[in-house]
Design a protein around this ligand. Structure first.
Ligand SMILES: NC(=O)c1ccc[n+]([C@@H]2O[C@H](COP(=O)([O-])OP(=O)(O)OC[C@H]3O[C@@H](n4cnc5c(N)ncnc54)[C@H](OP(=O)(O)O)[C@@H]3O)[C@@H](O)[C@H]2O)c1
Length: 310
């Protein structure tokens, strides 16, 4: 039986990947930040010696997109340098490494989907540090490295934009949400399932794991309000320029899946259908905060603060 190790196992995606593997009966160790700080290279090597994983899924990351703009070294330490340590340790120990990455490696100004081989051109510190992590994995583990780019995630107890909208909808509150940023809302459960299938299919290189189709944050908010049984009219459209943030948000963050489509790895499917499948698994009770770049509370809503999707 394949031995898996998940780093960043306390985060939204890390919890999902660890849970999916456990439910599938896999041998998995999930290490949260208190168990393993991936910036501590000797600790990383020691963890690999101790647990002897065959596959590591790195879900640990600096995900605070705006804060990265004023702390580039700290963001690079987690998203770039630490991933390099992990890849070196995997190369030495003969393990495979799945590195989770992001649509933010692209410029976000295209008018057709970015494929796996599209040229990255990140516009933010966060995007540049995540690209550094990708390059470390692909350079050090050409056969055993898999970079999985995903986007606009929601899952479990969050925090995510979807969770914030659920809370506002259930509170009968309204929200102002941007109409000029387009992407692919994606359930962590779908990413976890597809990622595991990709590993089992022996995939290496870059794969995009997002829902198909595309939506604006406004479209997504309207859908969440409808599913929650609230009046979608409580969601008001606004433009990004009225919500300036330290890190630029991509206007167009749609990923193509050409290189990801392969036997044994079913496509995730359309974003609205995915949200409906995920709905029973989402906990709206978590204390979540919305991405301030994409949503601002209307006059009757609770206060919002920043937790940009990445
Ligand atoms: N959320 C999205 O919409 C989205 C979109 C595209 C790509 N991604 C990527 O998906 C992956 C998972 O993101 P997520 O949404 O699950 O984010 P998350 O909930 O913020 O999880 C990241 C986890 O990494 C941990 N971490 C941070 N620094 C660490 C370190 N030095 N050592 C060990 N653990 C550390 C965090 O712990 P603390 O909480 O204690 O800091 C947190 O538990 C990341 O690679 C992210 O870039 C996310």
């Amino acid at each position: 039986m394949t031995r898996w190790l998940v780093t960043g196992a306390g985060g939204m995606l890390g919890r999902e990947v660890t849970g999916c593997l456990r439910r599938a009966g896999a041998a998995v160790i999930g290490l949260g930040r208190p168990d393993l700080d991936i910036t501590d290279a000797p600790a990383v090597r020691a963890a690999l010696r101790r647990h002897r994983p065959e596959v590591i899924v790195n879900c640990a990351a600096w995900t605070a997109v705006d804060a990265a703009e004023t702390a580039p070294d700290r963001a690079m330490a987690v998203n770039g340098d630490a991933v390099r340590h992990l890849a070196l340790a995997c190369a030495a120990g003969g393990a495979r490494l799945v590195q989770v990455s992001t649509d933010y490696v692209f410029a976000g100004d295209a008018d057709r989907p970015y494929d796996e081989d599209s040229v990255p051109a990140p516009r933010t510190v966060y995007g540049r540090t995540k690209l550094a992590g990708e390059r470390a994995v692909l350079g050090l583990l050409p056969e055993a490295g898999l970079v999985v780019r995903t986007a606009w995630l929601y899952g479990g107890a969050g925090p995510s934009f979807v969770h914030t909208m659920m809370r506002l909808a259930r509170a009968g509150a309204g929200a102002e949400v941007v109409t000029d940023q387009r992407g692919q809302p994606t359930w962590t459960g779908d990413v976890a399932d597809a990622m595991i299938a990709l590993v089992q299919a022996g995939a290496a290189g870059i794969c995009h794991l997002t829902s198909s189709g595309s939506a604006t944050w406004y479209d997504l908010a309207v859908e969440v309000f409808s599913l929650a049984g609230a009046d979608p009219g409580l969601v008001s459209p606004v433009r990004t320029e009225s919500r300036p943030r330290p890190a630029a948000r991509p206007a167009y963050s749609v990923l193509g899946h050409a290189a990801t489509s392969r036997p044994g790895v079913p496509p995730i499917g359309e974003w609205r259908a995915a949200l409906r499948r995920a709905w029973p698994w989402l906990s709206p009770l978590a204390t979540t905060v919305p991405p301030a770049s994409t949503v601002a509370p209307a006059s009757r809503t609770a206060a919002a603060s920043d937790n940009a999707p990445s």
